[in-house]
Design a protein around this ligand. Sequence first.
Ligand code: FPP
Length: 243
Amino acid sequence: MSRQKKPLDLTGLRVPVHVAIIMDGNGRWAKKRGLPRQAGHRAGVENLRRVIDACVEFGIKILTIYAFSTENWGRPESEVRGLMRIFRRVLDQELEELNAQGVCLHHLGDLEGIDPDLQEKVRYALELTKDNVRLILNVAFNYGGRAEILHATEQMLADGVSPADLTEDLFSSYLFTRGLPDPDLVIRTSGELRVSNFLIWQAAYAEFLAAPEYWPDFGREELYEAIVAYSQRERRFGLLSES
Ligand code: FPP
């Protein structure tokens, strides 16, 4: 039986161009059901598919997801292996569909730090999808905001950038998100209220939304509600209200 999608009206709403998501709560989602954590991560990937479809439907142009942080290496080895296995499977089984859908994949983070075969799959996926324009999907994998800032600084020093030439725009052009607008809306699921080293430069003026649902339960309707909430925010970027 095919489940009818509830019609959701975007009229009059301000749809954010760039949404970034900390997909938190897979483990707790699984625990609540008496399942292993890996089942939570698998449910998280299934949900990611729903959220990508919803982004395309709502006209969001850039989605950035926090899939694996530099700190996540500290989790038990079996969980790290499980997450790598999921990442491999996504690249093997979802790439064709993502490409057909017009998704352009970007990677944020240190590719060198992951297994060579996985690096190869990522490079192939980036190359295959590079001309797609419907949705840019930034996958932060082996990513940390502080490491990104250090990496950018090292690159600028290596390029001999002079302090006199240093501007915020120039600095941004050395980040993994180079060429992309900053996130308008950062969502963290599972009710947690932390930034956890995610896009700490780029999200300086982003609106933040803490959604109560665990990530596997944050679907199309919850994303719609997030857009409604975002539309009601007044973004001042440090200036005064326009009243
Ligand atoms: C946070 O939940 C989630 C993660 C650390 C991993 C997120 C990864 C996926 C959804 C799948 C990977 C996606 C791709 C594209 C490779 P948690 O484990 O911290 O949950 P908890 O706080 O309830 O324990």
